[in-house]
Design a binder for this molecule. Sequence first.
Ligand SMILES: [Zn+2]
Length: 138
Amino acid sequence: MEPDRPLPHPITPEAKPFWEGLREQKLLLPKCGACGHVFFYPRVVCPRCHSRTIAWIQASGRGKLHAFEIAYQAFNKAWKVKPPWVLAMVELAEGPRMMTNLVNVEPDPRVITCDMPVQIVFSKLTDEITLPLFEPVR
Ligand SMILES: [Zn+2]
């Protein structure tokens, strides 16, 4: 089946563990070995203390909805997801925020609320790419 959206091209070495983890249904986040800061997106240096000692932790896959928007039309023809869909900024339990889609929920502002608890859904698009999407915790 053809993917319903443009695929990321994870070519940077600093992001490789993130994508490999998703393929194994694990959400891995970079954690600074010097100051302990957990961050996203993956970088070669800690955004807090600039240390280059970066380790990886397995995140819980849980968090809360920080912000969202409901999109009613696509502005890129490569995007084949049928509208409306929910663009979401999720604040992970480990601290960092991640841009994603909220799925398995009615795209209705009366149903979706900021700070609602959410959990990860691993969405396998190809053998190479699995995306971290989120759904409400029921
Ligand atoms: Zn640090």
